[in-house]
Design a protein. Sequence first.
Lengths: 231, 233
Amino acid sequence: MEATIGWWDDFFWAGVEVVQVFFVALAGTVAFGLMGAAAKLSNSRIAQKIANAYTIVFRGTPEILILLLIYFGSAITLTAIVNIFDPTVKFVDIPPFWAGSFGISLIVGGYATETFRGAFLGVDPGQIEAARALGISTVKTFFYVRVPAMWRLALPPFGNHMLSVIKDTALISVIGLNELLFVAEQGMAATAEPFPFFIAVGAIYLGFSTIITLTTMALEKHANKHLERVR
Amino acid sequence: MIIDFPLIFESIPKMLMGIGVTFQVLLLSLVLGTALAIVLLLLRISGKWFLAWPSMVYIYIFRGTPILVQIFIIYHGLPGLDFVRESIFWPVFRDPFGCAIVALTLNNGAYISEILRGGVLGVERGLLEAGSALGLSLRQRFLYITTPIAIRLATPAYSNDVISLMKSTALVSTITVVDMTGIARTIVAETYAPYEIFISVAIVYLIITWFIQKAFGALERRMSRHVRQETAT
């Protein structure tokens, strides 16, 4: 691993970049997942159709293709718009950070749609009826009855979605974000010793996955702690 | 924004030339990955810690890192090691296609192994107890009771895995393998028409996904036909 000495600050900042993408994309995943689930459960035929098309398209096409399409597609559109005002501009793009985070949100959001939909339907209707019988308002029922029961059901698959998000961050290197794989490629070019650099990237990602797995386990324990006492 | 239809019609046949490579990568790494998964599964459920433990570590590592990183370690990383260049496997690792197959096989084996384990764990205990009461040996119980039921239980998850493997094959374009995505990226670099090209190739992938889903749907119905008849009467 001697070859990677002197590169650790690059790896560190690239890791920070990955963590930032992770949190932005995770927020987006939750947003798209909730919107998709709401659309699928709504009474509107059109909303259902749109949500179905969304999940089919984003779960059925390769992630790399979606990222390439979003980045280069938005770049060509933006360049065309800017050229109307200033024809000297050659290239305008959405920064790879935002294009990538948006792309990952859309992709994993497609999976989260199904998770949230399933969790919403999985809540015992008797609990909702009981809340209504107790005279609790619809809004309060949603936040105090439905959401706590729902997130317990959604947590295990949601942990997997978090792992998908962190692993998909590696794909943003193909649209030119200065992240871990990018650093490894620079290191390979500079030292001609590729192996330690790519192994280091793998080890860093394994660390991220481990943290996410442990966090999910802790959250699941927290969500189910009232059930433990009954047993 | 005007859609360049002639470009689409011109490009689709070019991209479809890559469908063969896409399918080769898919089928080879699926078959080899499934074989690897069975070995990992048998080690995992062997009941001996020195066999189960390496299998668990393997699965943990390969499921915990991005597939793109694994592809790069094998394609860029391994040729930097002297003993790899001197080994008999060098022709495999020298060739981007070989690296792609190795990477996807190793990655997919870990995922499929967990799917198969889910199937094995889903087999009802009572059936195995009945088998042992009838005097079947451990080996017979595994082959004639566990295996057929586990396969049926694991098929839905397996079909999802085939689809995600199909999507992963697009990543081999990053190591110069000329699959559909690779050709699409070359055409985009030449024509600078990302919408036309990437959306057309995405539609091709969607059609393949749809076919895989239909095929496994039919397979699942066939495998559970005895269950359905029971509920019908």
